[in-house]
Design a protein around this ligand. Structure first.
Ligand code: VGL
Ligand code: ZN
Length: 240
């Protein structure tokens, strides 16, 4: 009797593709359920073209995020939300320029151009983001002397934003992370999500990175080590 493997070997690739396209290409194999949440990180004007900390191709994440958001009953948006004169701004450290670093009480801090100041247009979510069913907007980085890339934990490593408690309260177990920037707020959120015990997927084509001093490669390496799953938006089943 022929075993399955021999049958497969006998069929050409074309014939196989006709018979079982889904099994072959594993298209859209991930189906978000009621225990899944999409975290949309910092899709704000400051990080988009024309913004003060514009991420290259940042605008390209918007249609991708809008599309996949339809597959999620639970969506959380975040906003980087700094005070004027925030400690992460190069402008408050004399002699320092953006993308240089400084040592702060909680560790090394990359310095940025002024960005996402509370209540400004730059801090507003992109007007092209279309996720009316999003249920929570979490703001972070609002303590003047502490940055917060992560949506879970401020950079002092101890001040919680409350997000983990919210997600547990909503019985969420799986997080899908998208947005800006891959190597900072997306990666730190994904890593802290793992530390908080969630299953975490980062949707690569729904993110773009800043990539300063090797930060993008390091972020992917750290995430892989922590068990964060790297997927593409096409892996997520979205009904038409
Ligand atoms: C971010 C740098 C500074 C981000 C926020 O959203 O990734 N990056 N503040
Ligand atoms: Zn910031």
């Amino acid at each position: 009797m022929l075993v399955r493997r021999q049958v497969l070997a006998m069929l050409g690739t074309t014939a196989l593709a006709t018979l079982a396209p889904d099994a072959l290409f594993a298209a859209a194999s991930i189906k978000p359920d009621e225990t899944s949440a999409l975290l949309v990180i910092d899709v704000q004007n400051c990080f988009l073209p024309g913004g003060s900390l514009a991420v290259k191709e940042g605008e390209q994440v918007v249609p991708v995020i809008n599309r996949i958001s339809k597959a999620f009953a639970n969506v959380v948006l975040t906003q980087d939300w700094h005070t004027p004169g925030h400690v992460s701004f190069a402008s408050v450290h004399s002699g320092k320029k953006p993308f240089e670093t400084v040592d702060l009480p909680y560790g090394k801090q990359v310095l940025w151009p002024d960005h996402c100041v509370q209540g400004t247009d730059g801090a507003a979510l992109s007007k092209d983001l279309s996720i009316p069913h999003a249920e929570l907007i979490i703001r972070k980085g609002f303590h003047k002397d502490v940055d917060s890339y992560s949506a879970f934990l401020e950079a002092d490593g101890k001040t919680s934003t409350g997000l983990a408690g919210y997600l547990r309260g909503r019985k969420i177990k799986r997080l899908f992370v998208a947005g800006l920037a891959t190597d900072f707020c997306v990666a730190w959120t994904a890593l802290d999500g793992r530390k908080a015990g969630f299953e975490v997927y980062v949707v690569e084509d729904a993110c773009r990175g800043i990539d300063t001093q090797g930060s993008l490669a390091k972020a992917w390496a750290d995430m892989a080590k922590a068990g964060v799953k790297r997927i593409q938006s096409a892996d997520i089943a979205v009904s038409a």
